[in-house]
Ligand binder design. Sequence first.
Ligand code: PLP
Length: 233
Amino acid sequence: MSISTQLHSVRHAIAESCHAAGRDPASVVLLAVSKTFGADAVIEAADAGQVAFGENYLQEAVNKLAEVHKLRPDLSLEWHFIGPIQSNKTRPIAENFSWVHAVDREKIAQRLSEQRPEHLPPLNICLQVNVSGEDSKSGVSPEELPALAQAVARLPNIHLRGLMAIPEPETDPARQRAPFALLRELQKNLAEMGIPTDTLSMGMSGDMPAAIAEGATMVRIGTAVFGKRDYAN
Ligand SMILES: *Cc1c(COP(=O)(O)O)cnc(C)c1O
């Protein structure tokens, strides 16, 4: 199937999940996760109306952005960095992206703020929360989230937009909802502390309906849009 056809069916699935949850389909942004796919795939999706793209690997992303821009300077796309962040590699992220989804340390946010070029609007940030309780996983713990959010909200060149989570894989749709519900609760708690945010970045190809049922405002979809990834390249 073509990328355009797959995009249409993902948009349709998002709308259906919204209707089932009594939500407006316009309240959910589709982030097309293009990691491992080339500039040609991004351009094909963009020509089918897709605007927001997510990337995980910094060097791959920076090369791809440049290539897309060279091939199609007419396209105005919104790039989101959704991968893990190394503290010595924040500058290219601050310079090339509109959003960063996986911030889980104050030091990273500070560097992104310092390195954000002055001619660009503030960098939109989501704090990644560890909602599955595994020690090995990245993300700030729910207990440490309020202090981190308070610190990040004060940074000058950062706009704290909300929370992001990657729960442990779970195939049972009924059980997929609990970690998403927790993220929604945590966002509500922050708002009550005086830190209002508008974004819940949660839901991927395998758990999108559950995430939308629990209030996702941005779903990060790779496989269902571009097909299966081949990490050999
Ligand atoms: C790869 C990735 C996705 C997309 O996953 P799919 O299952 O292919 O939809 C979403 N979010 C993050 C953080 C990812 O790394």
